[in-house]
Design a protein around this ligand. Sequence first.
Ligand code: G1P
Length: 309
Amino acid sequence: MITKAIIPAGGLGTRFLPATKTTPKEMLPLLEKPAIQYIVEEGLKSNLKTFVVVTGKNKSVIEDHFDPYPELEHYLASRKKNDLLDGVNKIINSANFIYLRQKEPLGLGHAIWSVKHVVGKEHIAVFLPDDIIVSATPCMAQLMQIAIQEKCNVVAVQEVPIETVQSYGVIGVRKQFSPNLFQVKELVEKPRPVDAPSNLAIVGRYVLSPNIFQSLDEMKLGIGGEIQLTDAIQNLLLSGEKVFAYKIQGTRYDIGTPMGLLKANLDLALRNSKYSEEMLEYLTYLDREMLVMQGKATTMGKPRSMIQL
Ligand code: G1P
């Protein structure tokens, strides 16, 4: 059984400065919820119960977010607005949280390694909170099903343009079982396009055997002077463990960048009946305005929702 999730949330969020100088990137909003709440919701929908969050300086608001707030609840109840905290309160009642501080900023592998005394001898689910995946079936549930069925490690992957592989861990394929399922031959962190074994890039969801901690123990600093999780998974592979890769069914957004967060917000807004109509109307207006600016159309007037502002 897989019950525990690790969320490494100690990163400095430098790609989103200055917003992330005092606000953790995991707390940036996607519609009305902070990004990390989507991660925990994906975990709960995948039947995970315990979330081990690796934090660092300036990250204590993450703990506050998943904590009861009696004064606010009382205030909202007195105004019959209890539903405003409903989502996060459901999480507080159904999930266990463990917070650990990463002692040194030595990279993703080091962050995972630092929880080794907290998780037992079971497989673990790892969520990188920069990666928000919008999908019909929760992405982690897709991975866990394969891990249980094949008794193996599983990494999520997606195809990316070959010129961008240097931003990712990349897998080489030993065998393809179906359009979306591969047995992994090798894993390389941030290869140059000429050295990349494929254009299948690792996305931030993993199911890993507990031997990953032993493997991380043996790791030296990898690319970027950091302990790389990808290298430790490669080490597992060399020790004889099976690693599968699953091409995710859904859209992945890197919300660690302004453009990624913006696109994720638009996607989620268009899927949400509370926002979709107004959002679509506004996007249509902007699209038309762009044509007007380029002299290719005449103005149509503002959408109703804007006139009311
Ligand atoms: C990390 C992993 C990399 C993976 C990526 C996905 O890199 O090391 O293998 O492809 O996340 O988001 P980072 O983005 O932290 O540099």
